[in-house]
Design a protein around this ligand. Structure first.
Ligand SMILES: *Cc1c(COP(=O)(O)O)cnc(C)c1O
Length: 497
């Protein structure tokens, strides 16, 4: 299995090469040249397997330059022990006869990002050993809240790595900010940036491609890599949980093997839903991919019109991890829909950065609508969904997952499609206590984050994740703050370049 860049398909790299580099030299993203196939028969063999066994099976099709032992060990370090609690790593909870919540937030930082970022450090250090000699890896992360904490936790004190996280100063929740500011570990830097997530992400991309910095890193025997979902090593672990979720649906008797189900994903950078797309095209019987956005509904418009137009106001919402106007991973989908035409992708991405807008061909627009349904939820509907769902099912949604459920319900209403829907539940409600509490009680409280969590737990009976409670007594280590233009200096200072 080899990988090519979405902007240059003629040079091929191994999985280790793609993961170590993070982003291709030509600015494109690495994608598998062909997808491994999962037949119903192969799925049936996975039915009685554990999460880790299923993950090893799926990963082995993609990581063909890793040994079986390397994959097994990495997977058991990532998902074994008590890291994801004592139960199933990614359990499915049946909400109603048609709606199923795939809970992806039982990892160390209470968001689905853990599913990938507990595994990535192992894949990345192995990849660097295979392809980059003894180079130390400097991970740069731009985060809209959850990736930052999950990456810090995954990479903390991992030998041969340094990690620096940038987050938009006013663009994350109070708990998210605390989670990052109190992070432990010796190889870590955290800095707030004035600006929104797109500014932060662009700043990091610019540092990655800065030749002068690259030179200085080389002199220090270091290299940059990325823990954002532009890194293939972030996406491939996510494909595993979609295959596993399908197996659980069959195993639990909810569907027959081969029966097609829809998947609904609250979407920001288009990583999580893209993993579902790959799973589908490998052969997992998925039907429609329902792409749910918050008020930053650039993807909804894109799916409905074929025009991607980021020239709009950036709105800060109660689902901050989806406050994004440039969804990086869409480039990978375009590459597939354009039948691997790297020149076409290059042109669209050039247009996006020059004009902030592009349109796809009529043929691709049709395919886009065929694969995806796009919808969005505004702030009022998101709050209402949280309240109504708690009332009807005693199930507590986080703000992001509520966006997903709202759009899934809209989809059913609009299309009448009777297929079952798996909804990705992407975070614990206790990461966004203020918004959840006000959605349920109808008023905003003057309480601090921990008092809010206690109150929410008191009202709903839901347990506060111990790791969130434990932050209360942790010292704040990181208070640094810079302008977008100061991100490079922060990197130079932190890495001692
Ligand atoms: C990151 C995140 C999302 C969006 O996922 P993408 O892969 O960026 O589309 C949704 N919900 C939560 C809680 C997240 O942390």
């Amino acid at each position: 299995m080899t990988y090519v860049s979405t902007r240059g398909k003629h040079s091929e790299v191994t999985a280790a090469g793609a993961i170590a580099q993070g982003i291709s030299q030509d600015g494109g993203l690495f994608v598998p040249k062909t997808l491994p196939h999962i037949s119903d028969e192969r799925l049936s063999l996975l039915l009685d397997k554990s999460y880790t066994e299923r993950a090893c099976d799926i990963l082995s099709g993609f990581l063909t330059d890793f040994t079986k032992d390397e994959i097994d060990e990495s997977v058991s370090m990532a998902y074994g022990g008590e890291k994801f609690g004592s139960g199933n790593v990614a359990p499915i909870v049946k909400l109603s006869p048609r709606l199923y919540m795939l809970e992806l937030f039982h990892g160390p930082t209470c968001a689905f990002k853990d599913m990938a970022l507990q595994l990535l450090p192992h894949l990345l250090t192995l990849s660097a050993k295979k392809t980059a000699g003894d180079k130390k890896i400097a991970i740069l992360v731009a985060t809209s809240g959850d990736t930052g904490k999950a990456a810090l936790e995954g990479f903390r004190d991992v030998e041969g790595t340094e990690i620096i996280v940038f987050y938009p100063k006013d663009g994350v929740s109070g708990i998210q900010q605390l989670q990052m500011a109190t992070q432990e570990g010796a190889n870590i830097g955290v800095c707030a940036v004035s600006g929104n997530f797109d500014d932060t992400q662009n700043g990091v991309k610019a540092i990655f491609t800065d030749e002068k910095l690259k030179q200085r890193l080389t002199e220090k025997n270091m290299m940059f890599s990325s823990a954002n979902s532009i890194n293939w090593g972030r996406l491939v672990p996510q494909i595993c949980y979609y295959a596993s979720a399908y197996c659980d649906m069959v195993k639990n008797g909810e569907i027959a093997l081969g029966e097609r189900v829809n998947v609904c994903v609250p979407t920001g950078n288009f990583g999580n839903i893209l993993a579902a797309y790959y799973a589908k095209h490998m052969g997992v019987p998925f039907k429609k991919l329902i792409c749910a956005s918050n008020a930053n509904n650039v993807l909804t418009d894109f799916i409905n019109t074929g025009v991607y137009d980021r020239r709009r106001e950036f709105i800060l919402t109660s689902s901050p991890s989806m406050d994004i106007l440039i969804s990086s991973n869409l480039e990978r989908l375009l590459f597939e829909l354009y039948e691997k035409d790297d020149d076409a992708v290059k042109l669209l991405m050039k247009k996006l950065s020059a004009d902030g807008v592009y349109s796809v061909s009529a043929n691709v627009a049709r395919k886009l609508k065929d694969e995806l349904y796009g919808g969005f939820s505004d702030e009022a509907d998101t709050a209402k969904t949280i309240r109504d769902t708690f009332k009807a099912y005693a199930y507590l949604l986080d703000t992001h997952t509520a966006v997903g459920l709202k759009v899934a319900n809209d989809y059913i209403e609009k299309t009448g499609d009777a297929a079952k829907i798996i909804i990705a539940a992407t975070a614990s409600p206790f990461k966004f206590t203020g918004s959840i509490l006000s959605a349920i009680t109808g008023e905003s409280s003057g309480l601090d984050e921990f008092e809010q969590a206690k109150k929410l737990s008191g009202i709903t009976g839901a347990e506060i994740p111990p790791r969130i409670l434990a932050m209360k007594d942790k010292p704040v280590r990181f208070t640094e703050y810079c302008e977008k233009s100061g991100m490079e200096d922060y990197v130079i200072k932190t890495l001692g370049l």
